[in-house]
Design a protein around this ligand. Sequence first.
Ligand code: URA
Length: 217
Amino acid sequence: MIVHHLEETPSILNKFIAEIRDQNIQKDSLRFRRNIERIGEVLGYELSKHLDYQASEITTPLGIKTISLPQNKIVLCSILRAGLPLHQGLLNYFDDAENAFISAYRHHPNNDAEFEIVVEYFAAPSLENKTLILADPMLATGKSLVEVYEAIKKQRTVTEIHLVAVLGATEGIDYIKNHFPENTHLWIAAIDDELNEKGYIIPGLGDAGDLAFGEKL
Ligand code: URA
């Protein structure tokens, strides 16, 4: 796996990351969602440098200009529900992408820290000869991303994958490295070293889905 850790090069992205982590600023859910969206835009821009380009002639009112344009047929797939603002950020740049959605949640059968990932809903176009961008804002244990990938592979032929995440844990990244093809790219804004016993990223930011959309029962 080729990991692109964007925070390694300080940029305006760091401000967006600081704001989603800050316990006071993150309470403003509109700002939280918009910051995740902005991070998606930055990650999408960086990812775009690794697409395939071909020269096209563009006719302006005054002449013709040759511009290299991306050729990839992109399918943007996000994990419900926390992935929605990240999806929107990516879609702002890859505006002609096809879209796919998959649901995954942590099921705690014994009401303790142990959990299994349940994948239920999946709606997607064909992925054959397309570039799949799989977006998951919080790459904690990596288990949901792997379960989702397994579910997608059962129903579709996957040709090329870019994973996009806002925040990850080193353990989760090591885990997914063993489950995705070697040529998979991971575009990630920030990486923390720890996971707690419940599989939350430390210091992380808390529950991204709840911060974006409110607490659930
Ligand atoms: N999902 C979250 O929203 N936060 C974490 O820290 C881990 C998974």
